[in-house]
Write a protein that binds this ligand. Sequence first.
Ligand code: ZN
Length: 258
Amino acid sequence: MTMNEFRLRPDVLLNRLGVRRPSDIDLEAIAFHFGARVEYRSLESCAARIIGVDERAIITIDENSPEHRRRFSLGHELGHWLWDRGTFALMCKQTDLGETRQRGDTREARANRFAAELLMPRMLFREEARGRPITFDTVRYLSGVFRTSLMATSIRAVELGSYPAMVVLTGGRGRLWYWSGEDVPRYLQPRMVPGRDTSAHRIITGDFVATGAMEVDADEWFDHPDAENHVVMEDSVRSHGGSVLSLIWWKDESMLQL
Ligand SMILES: [Zn+2]
C-alpha cells in the first residue's frame, strides 16, 4: 500500500503498524516511519509547523499547549506531510487546527480529517463506544482513552457511536455550529435557538451549570412536522466563551424514518 492510499485510510496504516489498542497509537513513531522528525518548542506565531525537503520533514509542535492539542496538531501536520509531501513549509494556526473544521476540501480541512481518523481510528473507536449512550460521560471516557479533546471526541462519538446523534454548539445569540452523524437525515437541522425546556437554554440563561443527560420533547430542538410526537435525549455542558455544547441523540429512531 502506498502513502497515497494511507492518507485516505489512516486506520489501514495503523493496522499495518501493529496498532491493536488506542494506547498503541504512537504518533512520533508514525512520523519517523514517514521520514518526519518531531520537535516540541515554544512557538509564538502558530500552533504547529512543518518544513519538508524532498523525502524528509521536520514538524514542530508548540510545547505549551495541552496534550490533546499537541496530539491533534501532530496528527494534522502528518496529514499535511502525507498529502502535500515534497518541498514546502506551512505554519498552522490554532484556527487552522479547528477540530470543527473537518468538512470541505481545503488543505486544512483535509489535515484535520486525517488527524481525527489517525487519533480515533474507526474500528477501535466503534469498539470503545459500542452500546454507550451519547453523553458527556461517554465522551469524557473516550477522550481519556484516545487522549483527544472533548470537542474532537464529541464529533467522533456522533459519527461512530451506537445511536443516531448530533453535536450542537450554541452561543448567546443562537446556534453557532453543528455536526450530525451519517444516520441523521441532512434536512434535520437543530433550531437556531433551542427551546426553553432544553438544558442548553437553561445553561445559557444561567439556571444550570450542567444537567446531565435528559429526555426532552423533540420540538424543543427541531422544526419537524412530527416532532411533537417524539422525544430526543440531550446532554449539555458549558463550553468556551459562554457557549454551550450539546449532544442530542435518538433512542427511538422512528422520527428519523419519515
Ligand atoms: Zn495545517
